[in-house]
Ligand binder design. Structure first.
Ligand code: 3H9
Length: 692
C-alpha cells in the first residue's frame, strides 16, 4: 500500500488515510492508490463502512494545481467520485482543516460528511479562474440548495463547519477525536442498514429552486465579474445542475472546466496563487523568528487605526498610542464603529467584535510601548516628525523590539540612520483601509537584520496579508509605478481625451475604476500637496484644487457627484477647463482611442517595473505582480503588469514605447534595457539584473 493513501481496518470500518503534505492535494500519486484502495474495499465483505480521512494539518485542500496545463493522468478525480457512488456500504468523509475544491468534491462523493468544529469547507476554484471540475457544481446544489450553492461557488469563500451543518453539507459536527468519532459514526450508519443515497440521486432540495430568483442573482453576479470568465461559468454550471439531468450537467461542467483551465485568465490567476507564496520566500526565512506577542501602533488616525485592527483581527493584543486623550478616544471610537458595521453586515459576530475590542489598550504615554515586540508608526508623513517619533521609540522600546515605519515615500535608510539600532528597523507600508487591503510592502532598509525581515514576512502571512519585500526608493514598488502610470494623464486630456474616456478604457481593461475616479475617491488635495512639496505642477489638476474641487468629499472633482452619491457624472465645466488649458498651450484636440490610452499609461507602468527589477528594488517580476494585483486593482485575470507584458507581447510594448518616445521625447517612454532583454528572451526569467 502506498504511503500517500493507506488503509487500516477498525472493527470492520475501513479507514483510508490520505497523506500528501503539506495540504493533501490530490496529486496523481494520491489518486491512483486511493482509487485502487476504494475498489478493494468496495468488494471486501469484511468491511462494513469506509471512512476517508487525512493525515497532517488538513483534509484534502484541492486538486494539485501544479498538474493543471499538463496531460491528465488517470484515474482522474471524477472517476474516484464516480467509484465512491457505486459503493453500497456507508462512506464517510472525516474533515478537519480545510476541505477545498477537489477535496470537497471528494467528500461530496461520500454518503456522509462529518467535521470537527474548526473545519472549513468551500469551492475556491473561481479564485484560480476555474470552476469546480470534479462534479462540485452539480452535487453541492443537491445538498445545500441552488441559491446557497451559487453563492459558495461564485464567491469561492469557504464556510465554517457550523454553517455547513446548518446548510445540509455536513451531517455532524463532532467534538473530541475526529477520527475515532467518525469511525463510530460510520459504524452506527452500517448498523442502521441505510438507505444510503448517493448525493447525485438526492433531488429534493433542487426541486425547491426558484429559477427566476436564481437567474436574477446570477445576472447580478455576472455584472460584478468585470470581464472574468470563471464567475460566469460557475453560475452557468450551477444553473445546469437545476435544469439538466445529472449526467448532462456533469458533462457540461467538464467542458467548461477544460475551456477555463486552458485559458489565459486561469493561467494568470494560478500564476498569482504561486507568486503570492513565492514572495514569502526571502533570504533568511529559515532563521529563528523573533517572538511577537504584543504590537504597538503609533497614531490612531485612519491608517494607524486600520493597522491596529489588522493585528487585532489576527488575534494580537495591540497598544494604540496617541498624543492626546481626545485623539485616542476618537480613534478607538472609530475602530468600534468599524467593527459594529461588520456586525450589522453579518460578517462578524457580536462575540467576535467584543473579543477583538478586548485586545486594544489605549495610551498617551510612550513608556507603555516598552512591552511591545513590534511597534509601527503611522504618524504624519514628514521626515522631521518621523525622526522625532523614532527618537522616542529608541529610548523606550525593549531590546530586540522591531521598529517599523508606515511611510509611503520617505527614505527608510535615513530614518534608520537616526536611531541607535538600525538593524531592528524596516518599513511596513500598509494600504488604506489597512484592515481590509491585502497588500503589505515590507521595506528592507540597508541595515535591516535578516531575522527581522523573516519575522515580519512570517507575521504578515499570519494576519492574512500578501506581503512583498521591496527595497528603498521613492514610492517603493507600488507608488513609484503608479506615478509612471499616471504621468501621461494630463497630456492625454490636453490632447483630446476626457476623464470619462480614460476611465472607461481602464474599466474595459478590467480595472475596478480608472485613475480619475480613483483620484476623486482618494481626494485630489493629497496629490496637490505632494506636488507642491516637490515643486511640481499639473496644469489641470492644480486648477481643480484651486477651485476647491477635491473629489467625492467636496461633491466635485474630475466628476460631479449628486449629494450622497458616489456615482461619477461627467462635468461640462471640467471639459471646458481642459479645452481652455489646451488652447492656452496651443495643443490641438484630436480623437484619442482606448488603445492609445493603454499604450501611454500601462506600457510606462511595465517599463517602470522593469527598471525596478533592474535596480533590485523588487526581487522577482512576480513580486511586482503581487503588489499590483493586491494593492492597486490590476485585473487578476491578466496576472499583474509583468505577467501581462508577456501576454500582450513584450516586443510590441518595446516598439510602441520607442514610438511614443520619438513622438514626445519623454523619458517615461524610453524602454528599459531589461524590458528589451525580456522582449528578446520571451520571459523575465534570467533577465533579472541584480538580485535583491
Ligand atoms: C481544484 O480542486 C479543481 C477541482 O475542482 C477539479 C479538478 C479536476 N496544489 O497556502 P500555503 C502548496 S483547484 C498544489 O502556504 P496555508 C502551496 O503552493 C484547487 N500545491 O499554506 C505551498 O507550497 P510552498 C482548489 C498547493 O496553510 C504549500 O502548499 N483548492 C495547493 O497558508 C502550502 O500552502 C484551492 O484553491 C494545491 N491545491 O494555506 C486551495 N494548495 O510551501 C488552494 C497549496 O512550496 N490552497 N499548495 O510555497 C489554499 O488555499 C491554501 O494553501 C490552504 C492552506 C488554505 C489550503
Amino acid at each position: 500500500m502506498s504511503s500517500s493513501a493507506s488503509v487500516a481496518n477498525e472493527n470492520g470500518v475501513a479507514v483510508v488515510t490520505i497523506d500528501n503534505p503539506p495540504v493533501n492535494a490530490l496529486s496523481f500519486h494520491v489518486r491512483k492508490p486511493l482509487y485502487e484502495a476504494l475498489v478493494a474495499l468496495r468488494d471486501d465483505p469484511a468491511v462494513s463502512a469506509i471512512v476517508i480521512a487525512c493525515a497532517g494539518r488538513t483534509f484534502v485542500a484541492g486538486a494539485d494545481i501544479t498538474e493543471f496545463g499538463k496531460p491528465v493522468e488517470q484515474p482522474e478525480l471524477r472517476a474516484i467520485v464516480a467509484l465512491l457512488e457505486t459503493i453500497a456500504k456507508p462512506t464517510v468523509a472525516a474533515i478537519h482543516g480545510t476541505a477545498l475544491g477537489g477535496g470537497l468534491e471528494l467528500a461530496l462523493g461520500c454518503h456522509f460528511r462529518v467535521a470537527d468544529q474548526d473545519a472549513k469547507l468551500g469551492l475556491p476554484e473561481v479564485k484560480l479562474g476555474l470552476l469546480p471540475g470534479g462534479g462540485g457544481t452539480v452535487r453541492l446544489p443537491r445538498l445545500v440548495g441552488a441559491a446557497k450553492a451559487l453563492g459558495m461557488i461564485v464567491s469561492g469563500t469557504p464556510i465554517s463547519a457550523g454553517e455547513a451543518e446548518a446548510a445540509g453539507l455536513v451531517d455532524a459536527v463532532l467534538d473530541g477525536d475526529l477520527l475515532a468519532e467518525a469511525i463510530r459514526f460510520a459504524s452506527e450508519m452500517a448498523i442502521s442498514g441505510g438507505p444510503f443515497i448517493a448525493v447525485r440521486d438526492r433531488n429534493d432540495r433542487l426541486a425547491e429552486t426558484d429559477l427566476a430568483a436564481f437567474d436574477v442573482h446570477a445576472a447580478d453576479l455576472a455584472r460584478k465579474a468585470r470581464g472574468l470568465e470563471a464567475p460566469i461559468a460557475c453560475a452557468g454550471a450551477a444553473r445546469n445542475a437545476i435544469t439538466l439531468p445529472f449526467d448532462e450537467a456533469l458533462a457540461a461542467e467538464r467542458r467548461l472546466f477544460l475551456k477555463l483551465v486552458a485559458g489565459d485568465q486561469s493561467r494568470a490567476q494560478r500564476y498569482l496563487f504561486f507568486a503570492e507564496r513565492e514572495a514569502a520566500k526571502v533570504p533568511g526565512r529559515d532563521l529563528h523568528k523573533r517572538k511577537i506577542a504584543r504590537v504597538g501602533v503609533i497614531g490612531a488616525g485612519t491608517m494607524g487605526g486600520g493597522i491596529a485592527m489588522a493585528f487585532a483581527n489576527g488575534g494580537f493584543p495591540v497598544t494604540l498610542l496617541e498624543t492626546s486623550a481626545e485623539a485616542l478616544q476618537r480613534g478607538l471610537a472609530t475602530i468600534e464603529k468599524n467593527y459594529a458595521v461588520s456586525v450589522s453586515r453579518g460578517s462578524l459576530s457580536e462575540e467576535a467584535k467584543q473579543q477583538r475590542l478586548g485586545l486594544f489598550k489605549g495610551s498617551i504615554d510612550y513608556a507603555d510601548l516598552a512591552e511591545c515586540d513590534l511597534i509601527i508608526e503611522a504618524v504624519f508623513e514628514d521626515m522631521a516628525v518621523k525622526k522625532d517619533v523614532f527618537g522616542k521609540l529608541d529610548a523606550v522600546a525593549k531590546p530586540g523590539a522591531i521598529l517599523a515605519t508606515n511611510t509611503s515615500y520617505l527614505d527608510v535608510n535615513e530614518i534608520a540612520a537616526s536611531i541607535s539600532r538600525p538593524q531592528d528597523m524596516l518599513g511596513m507600508h500598509f494600504f488604506s483601509p489597512a484592515n481590509v487591503m491585502k497588500l503589505l510592502e515590507i521595506v528592507r532598509a540597508e541595515k535591516t537584520a535578516p531575522d527581522v525581515l523573516a519575522t515580519v514576512v512570517d507575521l504578515a502571512r499570519r494576519i492574512g496579508k500578501a506581503a512583498v519585500v521591496v527595497g528603498v526608493c521613492h514610492g517603493f514598488v507600488g507608488n513609484r509605478m503608479l506615478s509612471a502610470r499616471g504621468a501621461e494623464n494630463e497630456f492625454l486630456l490636453l490632447e483630446g481625451a476626457t476623464p470619462s474616456k480614460i476611465d472607461k478604457a481602464f474599466t474595459d481593461f478590467g480595472w475596478p475604476m480608472g485613475p480619475f475616479q480613483m483620484g476623486d475617491l482618494a481626494g485630489l488635495d493629497i496629490g496637490w500637496r505632494n506636488r507642491k512639496a516637490r515643486g511640481q505642477t499639473a496644469v489641470i489638476a492644480d486648477t481643480l484644487c484651486e477651485q476647491g474641487r477635491f473629489g467625492q468629499k467636496t461633491g466635485r472633482g474630475w466628476y460631479r457627484y449628486e449629494s450622497g452619491s458616489r456615482e461619477p457624472v461627467a462635468d461640462p465645466e471640467v471639459e471646458a477647463l481642459i479645452l481652455a488649458k489646451a488652447a492656452e498651450q496651443d495643443v490641438e484636440a484630436r480623437a484619442i482611442g482606448a488603445e492609445e490610452i493603454i499604450e501611454r499609461t500601462l506600457y510606462p507602468l511595465v517599463n517602470e517595473g522593469a527598471r525596478i527589477l533592474a535596480e533590485g528594488i523588487a526581487a522577482r517580476a512576480s513580486d511586482i505582480d503581487v503588489v499590483w494585483a493586491n494593492g492597486y486593482g490590476f485585473p487578476v485575470g491578466k496576472g499583474g503588469p509583468m505577467f501581462w507584458a508577456g501576454l500582450d507581447g513584450a516586443a510590441r510594448i518595446v516598439e510602441r514605447l520607442e514610438y511614443w518616445h520619438r513622438q514626445t521625447g519623454r523619458a517615461i517612454f524610453e524602454p528599459a534595457p531589461l524590458l528589451r532583454r525580456f522582449a528578446e528572451k520571451g520571459n523575465w526569467e534570467g533577465v533579472v539584473g541584480r538580485p535583491a
